[in-house]
Design a protein around this ligand. Structure first.
Ligand SMILES: NC(=O)c1ccc[n+]([C@@H]2O[C@H](COP(=O)([O-])OP(=O)(O)OC[C@H]3O[C@@H](n4cnc5c(N)ncnc54)[C@H](OP(=O)(O)O)[C@@H]3O)[C@@H](O)[C@H]2O)c1
Length: 309
């Protein structure tokens, strides 16, 4: 069979012949139908993700819509493995998969699940989000950010403010449920929110957090900052005074800070919503044999490549 194979972290995966996967106990060998190229997969393939062990070669891909031996479509989330989903076939654990309804669009589901999971799990499993709270999404023009607006509204957010650097893309976010938008140098406009969902971190958080706390009407009111992505920097220098002078909690949400069992517990509900078209993710379908060229193609940040073997 063929797979996208990473043999060096310095170059994109290549479409190569690869040995068939062998299902272990409690595993199913499946045909891959659609596997999306998330940011997480890019960092898996270049060795920069925090879960990377440096092992090579690897077949990247952390999730996919697959067809099992009984012909049923499933969404499957893989545990950390060197044999991912960017292949004609892979192995999954049934307990980390969800059978999808008939008639579902496999490409749309493959594209939406990872972006949706980031905010869904953060609000459901990492903090005690309550309906009626207000939310700021930083990095709201990307795939995960756009869906975070929809997820926050779905969970009853009273007000969602969407922040990003691109005014044209920000202008589209009202259609997804954003009540207000602001640019990244204008986060003070969101000073009084209850929860921040941050996909950027780095200098954006460093400056934005101080601007927000300075402008906050009641610093004794809890502000929970959920760190999810680090597009503008892996580190952010947070002044000690920010932690002392406001009721600020900074928490991360991802694999590790949220136990695997919690992700698995949320999978059916997220898959049901994704299957029903609840999340707006723009897809570009690419045959897996073109993986090497597609990997480095310029892509709008609100578009997601989905490989089909
Ligand atoms: N922890 C988790 O569970 C989890 C799950 C999913 C994703 N993530 C992480 O979340 C982050 C976002 O993922 P995604 O899928 O939404 O990525 P994406 O679709 O590529 O979106 C990238 C976002 O970052 C913005 N951006 C890029 N470079 C920027 C810069 N220099 N300054 C300001 N903004 C910039 C983009 O803005 P423009 O629209 O202006 O280009 C866009 O809003 C990634 O770090 C990803 O790894 C984490």
């Amino acid at each position: 069979m063929h797979a996208a194979v990473v043999t060096t972290f310095d170059a994109p995966p290549r479409y190569l012949e690869y040995p068939e996967p062998v299902a272990g106990p409690d595993e199913l060998a499946v045909d891959v139908v659609a596997a999306a190229l998330h940011q997480r997969v890019r960092s898996q393939a270049d060795g920069s993700h925090y879960t990377s062990t440096g092992e090579l070669p690897i077949v990247p891909g952390i999730d996919a819509v697959v067809r099992d031996a009984d012909g049923r479509l499933r969404y499957a989330l893989l545990d950390d493995t060197a044999f991912g989903t960017m292949a004609e076939r892979t192995v999954i654990e049934a307990r980390r998969s969800v059978i999808l309804p008939d008639g579902v669009d496999p490409v749309a589901v493959a594209a939406a699940m990872n972006p949706a999971m980031s905010s869904w799990v953060a609000l459901r499993r990492r903090i005690d989000f309550e309906a009626g709270q207000s939310v700021l999404v930083i990095g709201a023009t990307g795939n995960a950010g756009r869906v975070a607006i929809q997820v926050a509204k779905r969970f009853g957010a009273a007000r969602v403010i969407a922040a990003g650097r691109n005014r044209e893309r920000l202008a589209e976010l009202g259609a997804l449920g954003a009540d207000e938008v602001c640019t990244l140098d204008g986060l003070a406009a969101a000073a009084d929110v209850d929860v921040v969902i941050d996909y950027l971190w780095g200098a954006t958080a460093e400056h934005g957090l101080v601007d927000m706390l300075t402008a906050r009407a009641d610093r004794g009111r809890p502000l929970t900052w959920i760190q999810i992505g680090s597009i503008t920097g892996a580190t952010a220098a947070i002044p000690s005074a920010a932690l002392r002078s406001a009721r600020l909690s900074i928490v991360g949400s991802g694999v590790g800070s949220v136990p695997g069992r919690d992700y698995i517990a949320e999978l059916p509900a997220i898959a049901e919503a994704a299957s029903a078209g609840a999340f707006d993710v723009r897809t570009r379908t690419v045959p897996l044999r073109d993986v090497e060229s597609a990997w480095t193609e310029p892509l709008a940040s609100d578009e997601r490549i989905v490989f089909t073997p």
